[in-house]
Design a protein around this ligand. Structure first.
Ligand SMILES: Cc1cc2nc3c(=O)[nH]c(=O)nc-3n(C[C@H](O)[C@H](O)[C@H](O)COP(=O)(O)OP(=O)(O)OC[C@H]3O[C@@H](n4cnc5c(N)ncnc54)[C@H](O)[C@@H]3O)c2cc1C
Length: 356
């Protein structure tokens, strides 16, 4: 590839665009990244930054576990407030605890380490949780990061230059150099045939209290609400931050691009958090916001070539931070004609937009 001109242009400097640019540049391409706003200022800046292996479909298990392996390499040199906190999937009753066991078996089959904690082991691991919970599944190799910082670090890779501009400048008839579109929930502005819609999520950050919780704590019901239902929902999901603050999540609903926070929803989300971690009941909330997960009908991303010739990497719903490295690697493989890191067919753009 040439040294002075642009070999590949990437539109969108969120975590997905940054990862696409990084893997292309690492392969020797000169990459220009174009964004109309600040890098990481879209969904990437609104998310929780939980890097998590998810096993609720074979595709998601493959994609998330491959991506976590790539993240581990990146986190050896990227400074982005990363915390190797692991995840505790919390059961509320014996039926859910049995589900945790089955989940652990599926993770073990995929060579992802996981251990079942009974009631006592759970209390030792997380004394702030309410007593009487039957147990949890611990996945120690998950992380939390501050994603906008990770995107900024990736974009500093030699071979990448950043430019302020609008993706609508692109013309399909002059598709040179090859262009990758990582526009998240704004993808349909340019490609109206790609059904990506904003799925709103509220988060709140509580004051510093180092040592209150140690793992990313997620109630087991979170996954079914995220991936098997389109109903509005609130799930318990709490994250210890490297700063000592506690990030409290999260909600899901479809409200167009209305980013106004609802006081009632936030109050309910915080009440739910305090039901799991009682000490959170009198914790000052220092900031709350709502952002948009770029969602597709089956909640799997679009990664591949559009009929116009453009390359697309978008629609990662609530897993875009987790999935950025595997997406970036796969895009680089496809654009450069290399063997793909994973089978791209489940993510092709012309799949039937069925519900999960
Ligand atoms: C509440 C919440 C919690 C979340 N928690 C997690 C989590 O714990 N773990 C996880 O893995 N994921 C999480 N996510 C999901 C994650 O944040 C997203 O999937 C991910 O950030 C999507 O990244 P992206 O780069 O595709 O999109 P974005 O970050 O939105 O980036 C798109 C970029 O494109 C630019 N752009 C748009 N239109 C144009 C245009 N016309 N011209 C030029 N540039 C343009 C934007 O300025 C933006 O910078 C969460 C999301 C939310 C809302």
């Amino acid at each position: 590839m040439g040294r002075t001109s642009v070999d590949v242009r990437v539109y969108g400097a969120g975590i997905v665009g940054a990862a696409c640019a990084y893997f292309l540049a690492r392969a020797g391409a000169e990459v220009e990244v174009v964004d109309s706003g600040a890098p990481g200022g879209g969904a990437t800046g609104a998310g929780m930054g939980h890097l998590v292996v998810v096993e609720d479909s074979p595709e998601r298990l493959t994609l998330t576990s491959r991506s976590l392996a790539l993240w581990r390499d990146l986190l050896s040199w990227i400074e982005c407030e990363a915390l190797p906190c692991g995840t505790l999937w919390l059961a509320e009753n014996e039926a859910e605890f049995a589900h945790c066991r089955a989940m652990g078996d599926r993770l073990a089959d995929a060579e992802v380490q996981a251990e079942l904690l009974d009631e006592r082991a759970l209390r030792e691991a997380e004394p702030a949780l309410r007593p009487g919970l039957p147990g949890a599944l611990r996945v120690p190799a998950d992380w939390s990061i501050y994603a906008p910082k990770a995107a900024a670090r990736l974009l500093e890779t030699p071979g990448i230059r950043l430019r302020r501009g609008d993706a609508r400048e692109w013309r399909a008839e002059a598709n040179e150099p090859p262009s990758v579109f990582a526009l998240g929930d704004r993808t349909p502005d340019l490609f109206p045939d790609l059904p990506i819609r904003p799925r709103r999520g509220h988060l709140a950050i509580a004051d510093r209290r180092p040592g209150l919780v140690f793992h990313q704590l997620v109630e087991l019901g979170y996954l079914s609400r995220a991936h098997a239902s389109d109903e509005a929902s609130i799930s318990f999901n709490v994250q210890p931050r490297a700063s000592g603050q506690v990030l409290i999540g999260s909600t899901r609903d479809y409200a167009g691009f209305d980013s106004a926070t609802s006081r009632a929803t936030l109050a309910e989300m915080c009440r739910l958090a305090a039901r799991w971690v009682p000490a959170l009941a009198d914790f000052p909330i220092v900031r709350a916001w709502a952002g948009f997960r770029p969602d597709t009908a089956d909640h799997h991303p679009f990664i591949g070539r559009h009929a116009s010739g453009a390359w697309i990497a978008a629609g990662h719903e609530g897993l875009g931070i987790t999935l950025a490295p595997v997406t970036g690697h796969l895009i680089a493989d496809l654009v450069l004609g290399r063997e793909p890191i994973v089978d791209p067919s489940p993510y092709r753009l012309d799949r039937e937009p069925t519900h999960a």
